[in-house]
Ligand binder design. Structure first.
Ligand code: SF4
Length: 450
């Protein structure tokens, strides 16, 4: 079988991926392997994602069989607990010129320059502003700060990196001096040091940001992540993964690092002792074989590192993105595809314990349904959630512990507050009066917000 998917040309010179790839496997065999716990191949995953390549469309009876196998596996691996973490999103800047076609989080960095006159909706935070936000959230009881930002041209890793960038006469480094901007984002290390308040867990620096933090140098990713760790970094978000197949990346994010470099950066993060998460952003131009190849690359990475705490499927939100506005996609994944993505991830990733259902992407009702399709984590409280909102998502910005407990118990499962690494866990009694976080360094059980 071909290892990469088939593509077909279109008259305007662009191309689409053949949907409904073929395999030498049968759905029945793939399902039998999934049920008995045999490690699945890419072809097996394609059969499960498509509910059989021998049929057109989704076969709903077969889909239920896949979901049931995944739900049973979830129960075997992690039991009935549904976890979530008290966290804050503090993204430093929306300035970014990378031009990913699925993204509406960024603003062209020219708009942030001091000489730019018009209003724009973007933001940049100084380290002291970041510190203020984190300090306030820590007092409220959060455990984790998640920080993922645009690749602002003035951002450097640290002072030494800034000196190298200032001295360089290369024109291809996506660098400009902070003096040229209305607001100085400082360096990655200064931002992390500023956010590193009172034992909070800092979850930040995607492989793409790490690439930006070493541009123009010959520093290894180990060197970069080592310095970030010294500045306070605790774990790394496995975002910017999108689909880890280069022919898909070439279409949706040609300005981003390739699959091999993404994997190299993640391995380096693990090698200096950082935990990490993993993600897949699906439901745009890719087909089921791309999704399966992506899962294989995550599973292989976990075999090599053992550092991945969870897998987070991210269903593409198409509104207000260039991919949609240019007519390259006409929508995102269907509900059937979302459910199968969760289920096949649970069955394929036999070395990753936790699969997350994102209420920001799916909404509350469908997010809860995902907890019966193989997922066991219901993400975080998210005191601020700019990314999905700016791409047209409709599902709000914050969930209280009360809401979590009510939703999780309503489907007969056990709500559990967790730490980022899942090592600390606290079962929540939904009948108790006080339903605030208790694991954060300053958490005392009062609700995060009034
Ligand atoms: S996904 Fe990230 S790197 Fe790509 S344009 Fe958006 S903010 Fe920039």
């Amino acid at each position: 079988m071909p290892d990469v998917p088939e593509t077909v040309g279109t008259p305007d010179g662009s191309f689409e991926f053949e949907h409904r790839p073929t395999t030498d496997q049968s759905f029945e065999n793939a399902l039998a392997k999934a049920r008995n716990g045999t490690r699945l191949t890419v072809d097996d995953a394609v059969e499960l994602f498509t509910t059989g390549t021998d049929r057109d469309g989704i076969d709903h009876f077969r889909k239920e069989q896949v979901l049931e196998a995944a739900d049973r596996r979830r129960a075997e691996v992690v039991g009935d607990e549904v976890t979530f973490v008290a966290n804050l999103n503090n993204n430093v800047t929306t300035a970014c010129n990378t031009g990913c076609l699925f993204c509406n989080f960024k603003d062209r960095s020219e708009q942030f320059r001091s000489d730019y006159q018009e209003d724009h909706g973007g933001f940049t935070k100084t380290p002291s502003e970041s510190r203020e936000i984190v300090r306030d959230a820590l007092d409220r009881g959060i455990y984790e700060v998640c920080s993922v930002s645009g690749l602002h041209p003035a951002l450097a890793l640290d002072d030494e990196h800034r000196e190298i960038l200032e001295a360089s006469d290369r024109g291809d480094l996506n660098y400009r001096s902070p003096d040229e901007y209305e607001k100085d984002p400082a360096t990655y290390c200064e931002q992390l040091s500023a956010m590193n308040v009172g034992d909070v867990h800092l979850h930040s620096m995607t492989p793409e940001e790490a690439y930006h933090a070493r541009r123009g140098t010959d520093w290894s990713y180990e060197e970069v992540f080592g310095r970030l760790k010294d500045a306070g970094l605790d774990s790394v978000p496995g975002t910017a993964a999108e689909i880890l197949v280069d022919e898909v990346r070439d279409v949706i994010c040609p300005g981003k690092i390739g699959t091999d470099e993404w994997l190299e950066a993640m391995e380096a993060a693990a090698s200096v002792g950082l935990d990490m998460t993993s993600t897949m952003m699906y439901g745009h131009v890719e087909n089921e074989r791309h999704r399966a190849l992506h899962l294989q690359r995550i599973r292989d990475l976990q075999d090599r590192t053992g550092a991945i705490t969870e897998f987070v499927p991210l269903s593409f939100v198409h509104e207000e993105t260039p991919l949609y506005e240019r007519g390259m996609v006409d929508g995102g994944a269907t509900v059937d595809e979302d459910e199968l993505l969760i289920a096949v991830s649970r069955l394929f990733l036999d070395n990753v314990d936790h699969i997350q259902a994102s209420w920001v992407k799916y909404g509350d009702t469908q997010g809860l349904k995902m907890l019966t399709c193989g997922a066991d984590d219901f993400m975080g409280t998210i005191l601020s959630e700019e990314i999905t909102k700016r791409a047209g998502g409709d599902y709000g910005e914050f969930r209280s512990f009360q809401e979590y407990a009510d939703m999780v118990t309503a489907i007969g499962r056990t709500p559990v507050e967790r730490s980022t690494d899942y090592e600390q866990r606290r079962i929540i009694d939904p009948d108790a009066d006080v339903l605030g976080p208790q694991l954060g360094p300053r958490a005392d059980g009062t609700p995060l917000l009034e």
